[in-house]
Design a protein around this ligand. Structure first.
Ligand code: NAP
Ligand code: HSE
Length: 429
C-alpha cells in the first residue's frame, strides 16, 4: 500500500483555502512527484458552520487543536492563521511532538524565527516558511540553497503589493496618495486597516527575514528601520519623473564592512534599474552576490493561489524529506553575530524639496549648511518663484545620514526657510 502523509491545516482563510485547493488540484500528481500521497486529515477553524461549505467533507473540520496535535497520522502541520498567538504555541507544540511545520506567518518568523528553527532542529523536524516573504515568489529557498555559494552583499526589493499598487497609480495616473489608497481598498488589495502596509511594517518583517538569511546573522523586526509612503505627494512623483527616477517602497538589506543595513523606506531609483519597472501589485527581490552577480526574482507577492503555491512547495519538500529520512537538514543558517547599523550611520543620496524666500543669499545659506556637514550636491533645481517663495529641489551625493540630518536641521532654523516639504533617500550602488 502507498504511504500516506497526513496534514493538519490551521486556518481556512485566504491562504488556508488556497492551500487546500492547490493540494486538491495536485492530488493525482503527488504519487509521481513525491512517491507518496498527502491527505488533509484535519482543518482547524474557529467556526465550523462557516467553513463547512469550503471543503469537500466537513468532518475534517475541528475547533480543537488537540485533534491535530494528538493525531499521530498527521506528520505535517500548516499554520495559516496568522498573528503571534496562538500560532506560536501551536507551532512549538507541533515541533515538540515531532511534526514538521510550514507557515506563511511573517509576523512570527520575523520575531521568533531563530527559536523556532532551533526547536525544529532539536526535534529533527523541518520548519519552512517560503510564503512568509514575497508570497508566491521563491526567495527563501534560493537564498538558503541555490545561492549558498555566494557572499551576498545586497538583497533589496519591492515586498509589499498594496503600496506598490498605490505608488504605481500615483506615478502613472497622477493620483494623490489618499485617492490611490481608496482605490486599493475598493479593489481588495489594501486591508480594512492598511497601517501595516502603508507604514512599511509588513515590508519590515519581510526584510528582517531576508537580512537574517542573506547574511547568516540574526536580524529581527525591531532591528529594521521602517518608514511608510503616507507623506509622498503627487508633486514628489512629478519631480522624480523629471529626473528619470521612480519612487518605490523598498526593503533594503545590505552588508557593509561595519555591519548590516536593514531598512524599509520610499526611495527614488533610477528608471533603468530593473525594480523601477515592477508595477501594480507585483513584488520583486533583487539580489547581489560575489559569484552570481545580479539576480532578480519577480512575481505575485500575495493572494490566495500564489501564496498557496509557496506553501505547497514547502509541504512537498517535507514529504520528500520524510520519504528519504532526511528532515531537519537545513535549520537556522544564522551562524554569525554581525552588528546592525543605526540608520544615522547608513550612507545614501538624498532628495530634498524645500520652499524658501526668494531672496539674495538663500543659495549660499544652503551651500554653507551642506558644506558644514560634508554634504555635496549632485543636482539642484529652482522653480520660478511665486509670491516671493521659491521651490528648490536638491539631490545630494552619497552622504552619511546623520550628517545630512544635521544640515537639514540647520536649514530649518533659517529665517528664509518656509518649509522642508519632502526628504527621501535615493538608491545608488
Ligand atoms: P485570513 O484570510 O485572515 O485567514 C486566517 C484564518 O485563520 C481565518 O479564517 C481565521 O478564522 C483563522 N483563525 C485565526 N485564528 C484562529 C484560531 N485561533 N483558530 C482557528 N482558526 C483561526 O489571513 P490570510 O490572508 O489567509 O493570512 C494567513 C497567513 O498568511 C498570515 O500569517 C499572513 O501574514 C500570511 N500571508 C498572507 C498572504 C496573503 O496574500 N493573504 C500572503 C503572504 C503571507 P476567522 O475567519 O474565524 O477569523
Ligand atoms: N499585505 C501584503 C501586501 C500581503 O500588500 O503585499 C501579505 O504579505
Amino acid at each position: 500500500m502507498m504511504k500516506k502523509i497526513g496534514i493538519g491545516l490551521l486556518g481556512l482563510g485566504t491562504v488556508g483555502l488556497g492551500t487546500y485547493k492547490v493540494l486538491k488540484q495536485q492530488e493525482a500528481e503527488m504519487i509521481n512527484k513525491l512517491g507518496v500521497e498527502l491527505e488533509v486529515k484535519k482543518v482547524l477553524v474557529r467556526n465550523i458552520q462557516k467553513a463547512a461549505a469550503k471543503v469537500e467533507d466537513a468532518s475534517i473540520l475541528t475547533n480543537d487543536w488537540n485533534d491535530i496535535l494528538k493525531d499521530d497520522s498527521i506528520e505535517i502541520v500548516i499554520e495559516l492563521m496568522g498573528g503571534l498567538e496562538p500560532a506560536r504555541t501551536y507551532i512549538v507544540e507541533a515541533l515538540k511532538a515531532g511534526k514538521h511545520v510550514v507557515t506563511a506567518n511573517k509576523d512570527l518568523v520575523a520575531v521568533d524565527g531563530k527559536e523556532l528553527l532551533d526547536l525544529a532542529g532539536e526535534h529533527h523536524c523541518d520548519f519552512l516558511f517560503e510564503a512568509a516573504v514575497a508570497g508566491g515568489i521563491p526567495i527563501i529557498r534560493p537564498l538558503k540553497q541555490c545561492l549558498a555559494g555566494n557572499h551576498l552583499t545586497e538583497v533589496m526589493g519591492i515586498v509589499n503589493g498594496t503600496t506598490n499598487f498605490i505608488l504605481t497609480k500615483m506615478t502613472q495616473e497622477g493620483m494623490e496618495f489618499s485617492d490611490a489608497l481608496a482605490l486599493a481598498t475598493e479593489l481588495g488589495y489594501a486591508e480594512a486597516d492598511p497601517t501595516a502596509d502603508i507604514e512599511g511594517l509588513d515590508a519590515g518583517r519581510k526584510v528582517a527575514i531576508l537580512s537574517s538569511i542573506a547574511f547568516n546573522s540574526r536580524v529581527v523586526f525591531d532591528d529594521v528601520y521602517t518608514e511608510g509612503i503616507t507623506k509622498i505627494t503627487a508633486k514628489d512623483i512629478h519631480y522624480a519623473k523629471n529626473m528619470d527616477l521612480t519612487i518605490k517602497l523598498l526593503g533594503v538589506a545590505r552588508l557593509k564592512e561595519d555591519g548590516i543595513e536593514s531598512y524599509v523606506c520610499p526611495m527614488l531609483i533610477p528608471n533603468d534599474h530593473p525594480l523601477a519597472s515592477v508595477n501594480d501589485s507585483y513584488n520583486a527581490v533583487f539580489v547581489h552576490g560575489d559569484a552570481v552577480e545580479d539576480a532578480m526574482f519577480f512575481g505575485r507577492g500575495a493572494g490566495e493561489m500564489p501564496t498557496a503555491s509557496a506553501v505547497v512547495g514547502d509541504v512537498f519538500d517535507i514529504a520528500r524529506n520524510i520519504q528519504y529520512n532526511c528532515c531537519g537538514r537545513i535549520s537556522c543558517t544564522c551562524y554569525k553575530e554581525l552588528p546592525i547599523k543605526k540608520m544615522e550611520d547608513t550612507v545614501n543620496k538624498f532628495f530634498m524639496r524645500m520652499k524658501v524666500d526668494d531672496k539674495c543669499g538663500v543659495f549660499s545659506t544652503l551651500a554653507s549648511a551642506f558644506a558644514l556637514n560634508s554634504v555635496s550636491i549632485e543636482q539642484i533645481i529652482q522653480r520660478q518663484s511665486k509670491n516671493g517663495i521659491a521651490e528648490i529641489v536638491v539631490i545630494t551625493e552619497p552622504v552619511v545620514e546623520g550628517n545630512f540630518k544635521k544640515a537639514v536641521e540647520l536649514l530649518e532654523a533659517q529665517e528664509t526657510t518656509r518649509e522642508v516639504s519632502s526628504i527621501m533617500r535615493v538608491y545608488s550602488k
